[in-house]
Design a protein around this ligand. Sequence first.
Ligand code: PMT
Length: 418
Amino acid sequence: MLRGKEILLGVTGGIAAYKSVYLCRELTVRGANVHVVMTKNAMNFVTPLTFQTISGNPVTHRMFELFRGPEIGHVALADRAHALVVAPATANILGKVANGLADDFLSTMIMATRVPVLFAPAMNVVMWESAAVQDNVRRLKERGFAFVGPAEGELACGVKGKGKMADPLQIVEALEGVLTPDDLAGETVLVTAGPTLEPMDPVRFISNHSSGKMGYALARAAVRRGARVILISGPTSLPPPLNAEVIRVTTAREMREAVLTQAGRASVIVMAAAVCDWRPVAMASQKIKKRSGAPPSLELEPNPDILKELGRNKRPDQILVGFAAETHDMEKGARVKLAEKRLDAIVANDVTAPGSGFHVDTNEVVIFTASGERIGVPRMSKDRVADRILGLVAKLRRGSQKPSWEPEAERPEFWEEG
Ligand code: PMT
């Protein structure tokens, strides 16, 4: 998403400026061309040389150093950029921008730009909570400036509270959100992710290899596109996506209950979870002891097919997307699931292909739609695959394609709400 993007990084004078070095690195690693603008006070914390080395671009800090012939530096730089992020943003810069002051390069550039501006505030908790700062933040938000953080935690001044600059990765995520069209604004997107665990006794279970990465990428992508996001997650070790409501479950039956409870609120449902098809018939209340002789036999029974149930009871305005994890006959398997589960689209992945399927950070998929489209998505990061899938969802929502399934006359109660 950030590849080829021109990003302006404004650094102001706070101790969190050292974290902006990591931010600069994360942005360049993702392929952005970063131009750093520092205030005079920022240079008391980090040197321009550090940012210059990381970004590969000269660092600007003097008001008149960027004049090139007829070009006026701050205007030229601001015009070329895709977005401007100010991290850390001190009470001082927020106050200046909120009150229309432009007395240094950074504040002048913010005033001169039409591109989206994202502030990552960092300051002492008392300053952050002060009426003046809160008033300025409110005014800036009303004027369309975006904010990420501040977070709570132990501050550099030794006090605990709100005022820590957001983590650099969260700032990257927020910046990607700022750069993405809000084409799912007003939608509530329910995403499922990760595996389910089906216990046989208090210490053992059957499950699968899902890490949750694909589903979490979908949840992040939906947030970026402006949707309200409910993520129903099986057990994973992933950090929760920013601004998503996360509901944690363990078994397929718990996932079913959570999905059916939330489905009435959702206008889009994407089932990326690897739900176990079977579970042990009985769960022993105590650990099954290893005995000499034959190991215990495991009797299984089927789990509910959540997606099939959703398909049967789909509202006419709801978009339903499933996944198909296949090891062979991928296209045939996916088309059967698309029809049987009455989906608007299914995302098929061959989980045996290198760089595809479980655990890895990339995926290669083919999307089949109910209206007969076949969209190949070559191997790319799960974040980008998620964006392609949600791009299709946004297109379906715009009504350029109509789902082919007719809704059923009778629906259970949970569909009535929302
Ligand atoms: O989590 P990662 O490590 O990133 O891996 C990603 C992934 C491989 C798990 C993901 O890309 C994927 O393919 N998810 C679907 C896995 C799966 O269960 O596929 P399936 O073909 O068995 O199921 C078809 C669809 O029915 C899926 O949308 C599934 O969520 C749903 N299903 C399946 C069984 C069941 N009992 N209830 C369901 O709702």
